[in-house]
Design a binder for this molecule. Structure first.
Ligand code: RB5
Length: 144
């Protein structure tokens, strides 16, 4: 199950992401927002982060205007690793190297074509399980 969260700045791109996930037949749970009315991105980052922490969802997609505020918020949550990605190389590398559960994007930064490639790459790339990457993730988490 994929957890989705966005603010007003990410709402329109999230509709494209949902249509893409529907087409792929990939299940998701939408944690809002549900319109372009102004709202606060931490609300949605926290909902998605909690869904990952609890095990309700395995992966998450967060979108705000830049992707910055929503990714910073998610990364403050224990055990959450969220990568802000605006290119396909980073989306692949962060799964292989960082075992990130959440990808964040900026709805005012990327177009739908690139965003959907980022989403597909992020969701289909497994963690490498390499010892050096596990070691680095553990070093990261010891700061929490
Ligand atoms: C909202 O205007 C905007 O600040 C938000 O979507 C995001 O870009 C924050 O980092």
């Amino acid at each position: 199950m994929i957890a989705l969260g966005c603010d007003h700045g990410g709402y329109e791109l999230m509709q494209e992401v949902k249509a893409f996930l529907d087409k792929k037949g990939w299940e998701y749970k939408d944690f809002g927002t549900d319109s372009t009315a102004s709202t606060d991105y931490p609300i949605y980052a926290k909902r998605v982060g909690k869904a990952i922490q609890s095990g309700e969802c395995e992966k998450g997609i967060l979108i705000c205007g830049t992707g910055i505020g929503i990714s910073i918020t998610a990364n403050k949550m224990k055990g959450i690793r969220c990568a802000l990605c605006h290119d396909v190389f980073s989306a692949e590398a962060t799964r292989l190297h960082n075992d990130t559960q959440i990808v964040a994007m900026g709805g005012r930064v990327v177009g739908a074509g690139l965003a959907l490639k980022i989403v597909e790459t992020f969701l289909t790339t497994p963690f490498s399980n390499d010892e050096r990457h596990i070691r680095r993730i553990n070093q990261m988490e010891s700061e929490e």
